[in-house]
Write a protein that binds this ligand. Structure first.
Ligand SMILES: N[C@@H](CCC(=O)N[C@@H](CS)C(=O)NCC(=O)O)C(=O)O
Length: 190
């Protein structure tokens, strides 16, 4: 498998984390986002990464679709809860990512008016009620959000300490080798 990848891209991080959690070997192909190769548009017309390519030539863009594909193709270890209701709520987190985190994260990054503090407060409240965004177990819901939380802290200088449940969640996640590797990678970007 090839992952067309960019170290600094949080959407790529979603795919990298799922691949690592499932212990899948792959060939990373680093794309220079400031000078993207023309051939990338043949694999993904939007020219965006991540893009996953299987040996038989099957090509898949879009981080959320890649996550779901990897979960179905390589079911072990499972990254969705068994309970359909918890799974549905995990998917809702992913579906609402832009309003629940992404929009305000990127607004702050662009120097525009942002309510990232409110978004973090909401995440904190959610994680006070349950240990993981997917519910009782770690999974794709968490993986869908953690790359931006890491980057908010390391790239945007956001202090996460006031958000106790969110900080505890991040600490729990950081014990996992797949997340620890992402932590190291984001730290090395500076
Ligand atoms: N919806 C896409 C978004 C991916 C995305 O925006 N990737 C960025 C890098 S972090 C990119 O390739 N940007 C290039 C561009 O916007 O032209 C996904 O979830 O995979």
């Amino acid at each position: 498998m090839i992952l067309y990848d960019a170290a600094r891209c949080p959407y790529c991080a979603r795919a990298r984390i799922v691949l690592a959690e499932k212990g899948l070997g792959y060939e990373p192909a680093e794309i220079d986002l400031s000078d993207r190769p023309a051939w990338l548009y043949a694999k993904n017309p939007s020219g965006k990464v991540p893009v996953l390519e299987e040996e038989g030539g099957f090509v898949l863009p879009e981080s959320l679709v890649i996550m779901e594909y990897l979960e179905e193709r390589f079911p072990e270890p499972a990254l969705w809860p068994v309970d359909p209701a918890e799974r549905a709520l995990g998917r809702l987190w992913l579906d609402r990512f832009d309003v629940r985190l992404g929009g305000d994260y990127y607004a702050l990054r662009r120097g525009e008016q942002s309510q990232l503090d409110e978004r973090l407060r909401d995440l904190d409240a959610a994680l006070e009620a349950q240990p993981f965004l997917s519910g009782r177990a770690y999974g794709l819901g968490d993986i869908g959000y953690v790359p931006w939380i890491l980057r908010a802290r390391s790239n945007l200088g956001v202090d996460l300490e006031p958000y106790e449940a969110l900080s505890a969640w991040l600490e729990r996640l950081s014990e996992r080798p797949a997340i620890a590797a992402e932590l190291e990678l984001t730290a090395a970007l500076h």
